[in-house]
Design a protein around this ligand. Structure first.
Ligand code: FMN
Length: 162
């Protein structure tokens, strides 16, 4: 089978995911954030999660150097934030509400869930790095509705199957 990257992306897009912004702190204390859908739970005991970050990410060095990251699971009212952190804009953080969590990493306000993690391992996986983190603290909303990504577009959950 001849392998077409566009076709591969289209096929992957059939698998719906949530949307997160994964954050960390640069050496100079500036906040770093990237929109990430490759967030996955990995282990219950110990409590591990992972995400995959492209080698081209401007935030890669900061994530490799910092000992901590946070996974901020977006609500369906945070599409604008998802778009903003999926760009290379210099002013990603303008007017973004956050507080400092474990290791000082930014914890975004009004998310469905936030996981504060310490880095336990980083593996190369093709053109991405796989970051494995141990969850140190977490917060979640019982009622918040997540933002969903499917076939290259945003969606929201509907209640029930007809
Ligand atoms: C919904 C969505 C999900 C994304 N998921 C990932 C992902 O899992 N891994 C990744 O490396 N990039 C992902 N991206 C692309 C990055 O957000 C994008 O390349 C961004 O520009 C990286 O920012 P940076 O270069 O400033 O780090 C995603 C983008 C969108 C819109």
């Amino acid at each position: 089978m001849s392998f077409n990257p566009r076709t591969f992306r289209n096929a992957l897009g059939c698998f719906p995911t949530g949307v997160t912004i994964v954050t960390t702190l640069a050496d100079d204390g500036s906040p770093i954030g990237v929109t990430i859908s490759s967030f996955t739970s990995l282990s219950l005991s110990p409590p591990l999660v992972l995400f995959c970050l492209g080698d081209q990410s401007s935030g890669l060095d900061a994530f490799l150097r910092a000992g901590h990251f946070a996974v901020n699971v977006l609500s369906d009212e945070q599409r604008d934030l998802s778009d903003r952190f999926a760009s290379r804009k210099e002013h990603k953080w303008k007017d973004v509400a956050f507080e400092a969590g474990t290791g000082g990493v930014p914890i975004l306000a009004d998310c469905v869930a936030n996981f504060e993690c310490s880095v336990v391992d980083v593996h190369q996986g093709g053109d991405h790095r796989i970051f494995i983190g141990r969850v140190e603290r977490m917060h979640y909303s019982e009622t918040g509705k997540p933002l969903v990504y499917h076939r290259g577009d945003y969606a929201a959950l509907t209640s029930g199957i007809e």
